[in-house]
Design a protein around this ligand. Structure first.
Ligand SMILES: *Cc1c(COP(=O)(O)O)cnc(C)c1O
Length: 226
């Protein structure tokens, strides 16, 4: 078995109330099946084509999370089945998700990606953009989208204090926004905060993560940096 069963059990013990999204990008469907056999149902993928192929080949009761940077023109391929889109980082993307949700006559659940890292390269809304977005009525503009929460990625650093500060900041924003803007049945209904990966999930859970996205600890290192 290529998956790390011990790590899986240990992580589940540590998570407490948070849920595990097993990040299977670049890994074969057989690895997903192995973890599925141990009871895991939530999996995360970064690439649309790869996700579509795996979804078609694997059991229908898997909940698929799209965690990568999503291009607007690809929303249509995952809209029919995706459980949660984690990285929504522009109004353009929201508009396209709205369009696809309306076509399918369903509500698509999304997390807004918030930029918390020091690196410029990571995607996401900053505090000002988030404020501007919530000044509008999301329910009116995007009736086929449920904004259920936020997603963030900490700086790529060994500095645990830096990571803690970033997660604490996101927790605070999350708390502030869901207190102020929650709308029953849609905006922040059952609010989710997605943060923490293999290297920093323990810190993330201390700052209220409800979803952690873990790949390499479960499936081993990826061959190329995707
Ligand atoms: C790849 C990836 C993960 C998982 O990373 P690991 O360090 O392997 O746990 C989590 N979130 C996002 C957005 C990713 O792209």
């Amino acid at each position: 078995m290529a998956i790390n069963q011990q790590a899986f059990q240990a992580i589940k013990q540590q998570l407490g109330k948070a849920s595990l999204v097993a990040v299977s990008k670049t890994k074969p469907a057989s690895d997903i099946s192995d973890l599925y056999a141990l009871g895991q149902r939530h999996f995360g993928e970064n690439y649309v084509q790869e996700l579509v192929e795996k979804q078609a080949a694997l059991p229908a009761d898997i909940h698929w999370h799209f965690i990568g940077h999503l291009q607007s023109n690809k929303v249509k391929y995952i809209a029919p089945f995706v459980t949660l889109i984690h990285g929504v980082d522009s109004e353009k993307l929201l508009m396209e998700i709205q369009k696809q949700g309306a076509k399918l006559n369903k509500k698509i659940a999304v997390l807004l990606q918030v930029h918390i890292a020091q690196e410029e390269t990571k995607f996401g809304f900053d505090g000002v953009e988030l404020g501007d977005l919530f000044k509008k009525s999301l329910v009116t503009l995007y009736p086929n989208i449920s904004v259920v929460g936020f997603m963030g990625m900490a700086s790529f650093t060994e500095n645990k204090e830096q990571i803690s500060l970033e997660f604490a900041g996101l927790q605070q924003l999350f708390y502030q926004y869901h207190t102020q803007f929650s709308v029953h049945g849609t905006v922040f209904d059952e609010p989710q905060l997605s943060m923490g990966m293999s290297g920093d999930y323990e810190i993330a859970t201390r700052y209220g993560a409800t979803l952690v996205r873990i790949g390499s600890l479960l499936f081993g290192a990826r061959n190329y940096n995707k």
